[in-house]
Design a protein around this ligand. Structure first.
Ligand code: D61
Ligand code: MG
Length: 413
């Protein structure tokens, strides 16, 4: 649907969308003057619009550390993901990456588009890294070392079991959670979270991406690696590709629902992690991606479109989440609502229906027992009637505006 059509259907998206546009425009103006920092913030915007926005609202010192942490790991991931680089070249780079960040003369060309620019101009990232406080540098070095070693391990290994799946996700995303917790602690803004809770924050985000990106990943040329664990998909098909063929639609959706059910396991840890945060900017930085993830899972659950095209939340809903996620009460409400949406989509005939429902019940129980749910809040479940009425009001306003413009422009008698 075109964005105008989407706005007519969801007129209450318009205000948060405008607010987000303005915020994004303001951030573009705030690029620092030194060339290496200017490069880092410009790059951050180019490679990740969503993380750039939440990173930018952190205080200046922590923001610089998180920006460099992001770019270092994105560069490492660019090496991991580049299928054109031979394994015997790739492995030593992944394993020694944590040393390259101390060397502004180090260079390795790979990746495409904006990732190629990041790799070609990586000296700016290294230069900025060297200006960070020691505590930040050590946290970034430690995580880069562990992530590089983990990626190297999985270059030569497929994700077979659910245990492998959790281990791979730990290396590429759980460790980001551990590193961020260390950075928050180094900034003296938060107590140090447990590794278990920090890890779950990353696993929930990474698994959501892996689920949503099935088609994009399977269709990639040259063939990219796949991260859906064989232990799950082999219950439904003989080959992972078979999920995308129309004759396997029922099996595909069941497998998808199994994957979503697996990811629900991390929610309780994530809620605990977020409820322990104190700094409002760090809270938003952590909570917004989590709410987007459960929103994405709600959209993907029982949805055959995951195997047909791109399934993405509408921009308006994303903008609304960014605008409305401020406190733990907002997070409990969002997880409660999106759990209700998933519950309403569970088909009694789904082989995992009971397991899925019981996990959702337990999430909702946690949200309820927090005591933060109220009746007065606005829900993410927008009733169609309500949105039809507001659409009607929008159309009326537009017609009135046209009449007004016409009347005020026409010559008076
Ligand atoms: C709080 C706030 C943000 C958090 C968090 C806790 C815990 C973990 C994460 C963010 C990381 C979540 C990663 C989810 C997206 N996955 C990827 O980008 C995959 O690459 C993984 C390796 C590089 C990770 C780089 C990264 C990402 C987000 C960050 C960050 C570093 C540093 C600070 C803040 C956020 C994925 O990328 C391609 C794709 O998703 O299409 C892949 O190659 O598998
Ligand atoms: Mg990768």
């Amino acid at each position: 649907m075109g964005s105008f059509g989407a706005m007519l259907k969801h007129p209450d998206d318009i205000y948060p969308l405008l607010k987000l546009k303005m915020a994004a425009r303001n951030l573009e103006k705030q690029i620092p003057p030194q060339p290496h920092w200017a490069f880092c913030y410009t790059m951050l915007h180019k490679v990740s619009r969503s993380f750039a926005l939440v990173i930018q609202q952190l205080g200046p010192e922590l923001r610089n550390a998180v920006c460099i942490f992001y770019l270092v790991l994105r560069a490492l991931d660019t090496v991991e993901d580049d299928t054109a680089v031979e394994t015997d070249v790739k492995l030593p780079i992944l394993i020694a990456f944590h040393r390259h960040i101390y060397d502004p003369k180090w260079h390795f060309a790979c990746g495409t588009k904006e990732y190629k620019v990041l790799m070609d101009e990586f000296h700016h990232v290294a230069t900025a890294f060297l200006e960070l406080g020691k505590g930040y540098q050590e946290a970034i070095e430690d995580i880069t070392k562990r992530m590089g070693a983990g990626m190297a391990k999985f270059i030569c290994k497929e994700v077979e079991t659910v245990e492998d799946y959790d281990e791979y996700c730990h290396y590429v995303a759980g460790l980001v959670g551990l590193g961020l917790s260390k950075l928050f602690h180094a900034a003296e803004l938060e107590d140090l979270a447990t590794d278990e809770h920090s890890n779950s924050m990353g696993l929930f985000l990474q698994k959501t991406n892996i689920i949503r990106d099935y088609l994009e990943d399977i269709n990639e040329i040259p063939k990219s690696r796949m991260f859906w664990p064989r232990q799950i998909w082999s219950k439904y098909v003989n080959k992972l590709e078979d999920l995308k063929y129309e004759e396997n639609s029922d099996k595909a959706v069941q497998c998808l629902n199994d994957m979503v059910t697996n990811s629900l396991l991390h929610i309780e840890d994530c809620l605990k992690y977020m409820s322990d945060l104190r700094d409002p900017a760090i809270f938003k930085f952590c909570a917004i991606p989590q709410v987007m993830a459960i929103g994405t899972l709600a959209l993907c659950y029982n949805n055959i479109e995951v195997f047909r095209g791109v399934v993405k939340m509408r921009r308006g809903l994303t903008a609304k989440i960014i605008d409305k996620t401020r406190t733990m009460a907002d997070v409990y409400a969002a997880f409660y609502d999106f759990s209700s949406i998933i519950k309403s989509k569970v088909d009694k005939k789904d082989p995992n229906a009971t397991k899925t429902l019981s996990r959702l019940e337990s999430v909702q129980k946690t949200c309820r027992e927090s005591g933060a749910l109220t009746n007065s809040r606005k829900s993410y479940i927008i009733k169609s009637e309500q949105s039809f009425n507001s659409a009607l009001i929008m159309v009326m306003i537009i017609i009135l505006a046209i009449i007004y413009a016409y009347v005020s422009a026409s010559p008076r008698f």
